[in-house]
Design a protein. Structure first.
Length: 277
């Protein structure tokens, strides 16, 4: 169970703070678009820095606790991660300058979708026959020295296992001559897999955000695995990456990295605390 809810006043304060910061992001994007008309070269260099700054501050506002094991590879890299929630983009994007490849539905999310478009996110529709065109765009970014983050599962999951991966997009690293770095992200609450963080099915962004703000912080574990070269058959590369990410997820949900304190529960010695579910 996710645990007890926070008080209504605190929930309202959290929601208003998030709305205020999203509004700040909209103003920032408008300023960037204006400056792009005047000084395009300078703005292009600063866009990712501004996006990363905005995401880092959003993380401070949201009820999140983050622990990172390992580190992003130096130099241009294709990051490959499992996909659990819209939070993945915010949390991973705050770690290093990176372009995102996300599912097409993100583009239609209120406000966040627009911000994602302005940040240079690449969108792909599952089963839409766009993989080759998107791969070409990925290669162009990588050859220009810009790292790219891809979620090759093609959709979000419950976060308990890694779904099958689409290997075609991984060949962008081989064509661009850059390494691939597997990344695992996992969500924990009360030292168990978090049932609230996954953003799956027909859930809406607004409802998911309100549920997230109504509860104590979720613990997010990020594991950066060693980079691997992409000059191997795509099936072998895809299998290796799937195994690395799956092993990382198993370690996360075994409790190996747990750093968040579990919520207190009602006992005879502490009658004022919440009951066990």
């Amino acid at each position: 169970m996710p645990g007890r809810s926070v008080s209504t006043p605190r929930r309202v304060i959290r929601l208003m703070t998030v709305i205020g910061w999203i509004a700040c992001g909209l103003l920032l994007v408008c300023w960037v678009q204006l400056m792009q008309q005047l000084q395009p070269a300078r703005v292009d260099r600063q866009r990712q820095k501004l996006t990363r700054w905005w995401m880092r501050n959003l993380i401070r506002i949201l009820p999140l606790q983050i622990r990172v094991t390992g580190a992003p590879a130096s130099g241009t890299t294709l990051w490959v991660s499992n996909h659990v929630s819209w939070l993945d983009i915010v949390v991973l994007g705050a770690q290093a300058p990176v372009h995102f490849l996300s599912k097409a539905e993100v583009r239609d999310w209120p406000v966040i979708g627009w911000l994602a478009r302005q940040a240079g996110t690449l969108f792909i529709k599952r089963g839409g026959g766009q993989a080759r065109r998107i791969k070409k765009t990925m290669v162009e970014h990588l050859q220009a020295g810009e790292s790219v983050l891809v979620f090759p599962e093609g959709t979000t999951s419950s976060g308990l296992a890694v779904l099958p991966m689409h290997g075609l997009l991984l060949t962008a690293a081989r064509d661009a001559g850059v390494p691939v770095q597997p990344v695992t992200i996992g969500y924990r609450r009360n030292q168990r897999p978090d049932p609230v963080a996954p953003f799956v099915g027909d859930d809406s962004f607004q409802r998911h955000l309100v549920r997230l703000l109504s509860l104590p912080p979720t613990c997010i574990e990020i594991v950066f695995h060693p980079p691997v070269t992409a000059d191997q058959p795509v099936n072998e590369l895809s299998r290796h990456i799937h195994q690395e990410i799956s092993a990382g997820l198993k370690r996360i949900h075994s409790g190996e990295f747990d750093t968040c304190e579990p919520l207190p529960v009602r006992t005879a010695a502490g009658p004022g605390l919440s009951r066990l579910p």
